[in-house]
Structure formats: structure tokens, C-alpha cells
Design a protein around this ligand. Structure first.
Ligand code: PLP
Length: 225
């Protein structure tokens, strides 16, 4: 078995084990392989190992990497996990199956408009800046309700919430806050957990929903700069 297939098996086993420990259904955890800044051969290794769900944080880079592969692998599931500028909405709607980073009314409006034009509806999550960090994307927790109302008014369906905890704080508190906001609004899916803490994300699954763990380095090794 090559490195990539090995890493995939290791991560999957850890997920299965954690699911058992917390009495969570294995199928309620979706592993997203975060392929940003990874070399082509590693991505092909992951595809050969049978994995089909990938995450990217930049629209343009993702387009270069995935447009052609998408024609060869029709069952690919592509997730945008990085900030989305309105001038990239067209490309994002065309390429991605999921957009995890809806975070402002202007983007909501642009997405609704573009989805109508393309007749395509990627699944949308709202990103919440749970750590209230200036440099980080995402809606602040106290502004969430207004954005939620905007999505409702504009007709953008929201299936889940996503957060990236501050790197120097334990993530569990942020996961719990995100889960609380989700439950208050009847939202079922959570996009939480990365290489260092995906096992901690699993017990937070909401009944009837899924946890999407976004794992990069644990699957592919260190990223290229
Ligand atoms: C890069 C990235 C990840 C993956 O991080 P790792 O620590 O390599 O697992 C997850 N989520 C987001 C939003 C990212 O940008």
C-alpha cells in the first residue's frame, strides 16, 4: 500500500473507533480530504485509493486542479472551505458541490442569482467566526440571526454551519458554540474538525445531521508553500 492509501486507512480507522466510542453512526461522519497546495500525484493517489470527497480553499486553484479530473470522476464531491469573493461566485457555483463559507448578505445575494443562472444548487453552509478574530472570515455569532434571516428572505437554503477555531485555543468550546447556534436554528450539519482535532468533532454530531471533518495534512502530509 502506498503512503496515501495508508494515511487514508489510518484516518478512517480513527473515525470508526471514535464513532463506536460515542455511539455515532459511521455514516454520519463525512471525511473531506483537503487537497489545497498538495502535489498532483498525491491527489491521484487519493483518487486511486477510492476517496472522492475533496476540499479546497481557493476557487482558482481548485479550478486548475479539478476541472479536468471532474470529467474523469463523475462521482467527485468538491467542497469549498475557503473565503469566497463575489467575483468568483460564478466559478464556485460551476465547480463545487458544497460551499462552506457563506458569511455576508452580499454573498448570499450573489449566490442566489448565480444559482438561478446556472440552474445548479451547491449545498450551502454558513461560516461562523466563533473566536471573533479580526483576520478571520465568517459571521460573528451576534450577527448570525440577521444573516440567517437574509438567507431566508433571499431563498438561500442553509444546511450546515462551519467554523475554524483560533489555532491557539482548544477547539471543543468553539465546536460547542457552533452546535448551539445550529440547534437554535434547526440546522443539522456541522463542518468542524481538522487534522489535529477531527476526533473531537465526532461526538458533536446533531441527530439527523452529519459532521464534515476537513482533514489535510494527516492524509497528504505537509503542504507545499
Ligand atoms: C487547510 C484547511 C484545513 C485542513 O487543515 P489540516 O490541519 O491540514 O488538516 C481544514 N479546514 C480549512 C478551512 C482549511 O483551510
Amino acid at each position: 500500500m502506498n503512503d496515501i492509501a495508508n494515511n487514508l486507512e489510518t484516518v478512517r480507522k480513527k473515525i470508526t473507533k471514535t464513532c463506536k466510542a460515542w455511539d455515532v453512526n459511521d455514516g454520519d461522519v463525512q471525511l473531506i480530504a483537503v487537497s489545497k497546495k498538495q502535489p498532483s500525484e498525491k491527489i491521484d493517489g487519493m483518487l486511486q485509493a477510492g476517496h472522492r470527497v475533496f476540499g479546497e480553499n481557493r476557487v482558482q486553484e481548485a479550478g486548475e486542479r479539478w476541472t479536468e479530473r471532474k470529467e474523469n470522476y463523475i462521482d467527485l464531491d468538491l467542497h469549498l472551505i475557503g473565503p469566497l469573493q463575489t467575483n468568483k461566485v460564478k466559478d464556485a457555483v460551476a465547480l463545487f458541490n458544497y460551499i462552506h463559507t457563506v458569511d455576508r448578505p452580499k454573498l448570499v445575494k450573489a449566490l442566489v442569482k448565480e444559482m438561478k443562472v446556472q440552474g445548479k444548487k451547491p449545498v450551502c453552509f454558513i461560516q461562523v467566526n466563533t473566536g471573533e478574530e479580526d483576520q478571520k472570515a465568517g459571521i460573528l455569532p451576534h450577527d448570525f440571526k440577521a444573516l440567517w434571516d437574509c438567507c431566508e428572505q433571499e431563498g438561500l437554503e442553509i444546511s450546515g454551519l462551519m467554523c475554524i477555531p483560533p489555532f491557539d485555543e482548544p477547539s471543543t468550546h468553539h465546536f460547542a458554540l457552533l452546535r448551539k447556534i445550529a440547534e437554535e436554528h434547526g440546522i443539522k450539519d456541522l463542518s468542524i474538525g481538522m487534522s489535529g482535532d477531527y476526533e473531537k468533532a465526532i461526538p458533536l454530531v446533531i441527530e439527523g445531521g452529519k459532521v464534515f471533518v476537513r482533514v489535510g495534512t494527516a492524509l497528504f502530509g505537509a503542504r507545499q508553500i
